[in-house]
Ligand binder design. Structure first.
Ligand SMILES: *Cc1c(COP(=O)(O)O)cnc(C)c1O
Length: 436
C-alpha cells in the first residue's frame, strides 16, 4: 500500500514508514493512494465469515504488498482475540459492543493491531522501540495492554494525576513488564506537551528510537474497519440489509474507518456522527465553516475534542466535497443533561446500561429517525466503552446493574506502580535516558 499526505498529494511513502512516522512532516495525515474494492462475492456473502476471517480479507486487500499473507494472518489472530457482538435492543435497533477487549474500549482494536504490526516490522531491527503516549484515560489503557509483552517494544504512559477513573488508572499502572506509567502532577495538556517536547529533542532522538501510538496512526485506522464489516455480516444473518450506523465521535477516527469500509464496498445506507457539545463537525456540516474551538469538558470525556484530527481523512475520502459528505454523514450534538437522560431512558426502556459516549450515539438515532420518512432501516449504534469505566456518571440504581468484567476484578488484585513527576521536561528526559 502506498500512502500520501493529505497536505501533499505528491508525497508517496510505504506502509512501514507511515506506521513508524505516524504523521507526515507537513502535519497532514497519511491516506491510501488507492482504496481497493473488495470482491462482490465476498461482500454479498459476508455472513459466511467470522470476525477474524473478515479482518484477514479486509487487511489483505490493503496490505498484501506490505505483509505476506501468512504473517498477516498471525497478526490478525493474535490481535483480534475478542468478539464484537451485536446486542439487540428492539426489532430494528442494535448496539455494536466494541468493549470486549482487554482495556474494555474499542481502542483495543487499533492498539492491538498496531502494536503487532510494529513488532513485525521491527524484526530485523535491534534497537528497542520506545513508544510514548499521553492519555486522558482510554488511549493509555488500550496502548498499554496492546503492547504488553510485545517483544522489542517499551511503552511510557503519561497521565494526569487524579484525572482518570479508578479502572483506567489500574489499567495504566498495573502492567509491569515493558509498560511504565508516569503520573504527572498536571493536566492532560501538560502530558501531551511533554511528549511533544520529547519528539523534538535531538539528544533523546539520537539515543532512543521514539514513536508515538496516537490515534492518527494509519495502523490504528485499518483494524477499525473490521467491525463494521462484521456488524453487517451479523445483520445479514438476521435477513437485514439497510443499515444505518451511529458513531460516538471525538477525534473522528472511528467513523473515518467506517467510511473507509464503505469506500471499499461495504453496503451502508447512512452514517451518523454523534458528538457532545464539542461540535466542530456538526457546525461545519450545517454552515460550511470549519472552525475549531478549545475543547470543553463533558461526561463523554473521550470525545472532548475541539479540533478532530481525522476529519481531514473523511474530507479526503469524499474528494473534499462537503455536499457528498453531507449526504453520507449526518451529525448531531448533545449536552451532558441529554446524555444523562439518555442513559436513564435506555436503561428504563431496554434494561441496558450504556456508557455516556454510547448513549450519545443512541440519541442521534432517535433524532435521525424523526427527520426521515419511515423506512425499513436497521440501526446500529457503536458502544465504544464498557460502562464500568465511568462509574461516577451513573445514578446509583443504574450503577448497581453494571456487570464488572473479569478483567477488572483481576486488576484490583494488582499493585499500582507509577512514577510521580512534576510537569518538568528535564525530569521526563532523564527518566527516558536512564535504565534499559
Ligand atoms: C476514543 C473514544 C471515542 C472517540 O473516538 P474517535 O475515534 O476519537 O472519534 C468515543 N468513545 C470512547 C469510549 C473512546 O475511548
Amino acid at each position: 500500500m502506498k500512502l500520501y499526505s493529505t497536505n501533499n498529494h505528491d508525497l508517496k511513502i510505504d506502509f512501514q514508514s507511515a506506521v513508524f512516522n505516524s504523521m507526515p512532516q507537513d502535519k497532514g495525515l497519511y491516506m491510501p493512494v488507492e482504496i481497493p474494492a473488495l470482491e462482490q462475492d465476498f461482500i454479498q456473502h459476508l455472513d459466511r465469515y467470522t470476525l477474524r476471517e473478515i479482518a484477514y480479507k479486509v487487511s489483505f486487500a490493503l496490505l498484501q504488498d506490505d505483509i505476506p499473507a501468512n504473517d498477516l494472518k498471525s497478526i490478525i489472530d493474535d490481535a483480534i482475540n475478542f468478539e464484537a457482538p451485536l446486542h439487540p435492543l428492539d426489532e430494528d435497533t442494535y448496539v455494536l459492543e466494541l468493549f470486549h477487549g482487554p482495556s474494555l474500549a474499542f481502542k483495543d482494536f487499533g492498539a492491538r493491531f498496531m502494536s503487532r504490526v510494529m513488532a513485525y516490522f521491527l524484526k530485523d531491527n535491534e534497537q528497542l522501540l520506545d513508544v510514548l503516549v499521553a492519555t486522558s484515560g482510554d488511549t493509555g489503557g488500550a496502548v498499554a495492554l496492546g503492547f504488553l509483552g510485545v517483544p522489542n517494544t517499551r511503552v511510557t504512559i503519561l497521565y494526569p494525576k487524579g484525572k482518570v477513573s479508578e479502572i483506567q488508572e489500574l489499567q495504566l499502572c498495573s502492567n509491569g513488564q515493558n509498560i511504565r506509567a508516569i503520573e504527572i502532577d498536571g493536566t492532560f495538556d501538560d502530558c501531551q506537551h511533554l511528549v511533544k517536547q520529547a519528539f523534538a529533542d535531538d539528544e533523546l532522538n539520537s539515543k532512543r528510537r521514539l514513536t508515538s501510538a496516537n490515534s492518527i496512526n494509519i495502523a490504528r485506522l485499518i483494524p477499525q474497519t473490521f467491525y463494521y464489516f462484521n456488524a453487517v455480516a451479523q445483520l445479514f444473518r438476521k435477513g437485514k440489509r439497510e443499515v444505518v450506523f451511529a458513531v460516538p465521535s471525538g477525534n473522528f477516527g472511528n467513523i473515518a474507518a467506517g467510511l473507509l469500509a464503505y469506500k471499499m464496498g461495504l453496503p451502508v445506507k447512512q452514517f451518523i456522527a454523534a458528538t457532545n457539545v464539542n461540535d466542530t463537525v456538526p457546525r461545519f456540516l450545517e454552515t460550511g465553516v470549519y472552525e475549531t474551538r478549545p475543547s470543553v469538558q463533558t461526561y463523554a470525556n473521550a470525545m472532548d475534542v475541539g479540533a478532530p484530527s481525522n476529519w481531514v481523512r473523511i474530507m479526503a475520502l469524499f474528494n473534499e466535497q462537503r455536499e457528498s459528505v453531507k449526504e453520507m454523514v449526518k451529525s448531531y450534538r448533545y449536552t451532558d443533561e441529554q446524555t444523562v437522560q439518555a442513559i436513564a431512558d435506555i436503561y428504563r426502556q431496554f434494561n441496558y446500561v450504556a456508557c455516556p459516549h454510547t448513549a450519545i450515539a443512541w440519541l442521534a438515532i432517535q433524532e435521525y429517525q424523526k427527520q426521515q420518512a419511515p423506512a425499513d432501516d436497521t440501526f446500529v449504534f457503536l458502544s465504544t466503552a464498557h460502562p464500568c469505566k465511568f462509574p461516577d456518571i451513573f445514578p446509583a440504581e443504574i450503577a448497581a446493574k453494571i456487570d464488572i468484567p473479569e478483567q477488572v476484578n483481576a486488576l484490583r488484585q494488582k499493585e499500582k506502580i507509577a512514577t510521580a513527576m512534576p510537569v518538568d521536561f528535564d525530569a521526563f528526559k532523564a527518566f527516558l535516558l536512564t535504565a534499559e
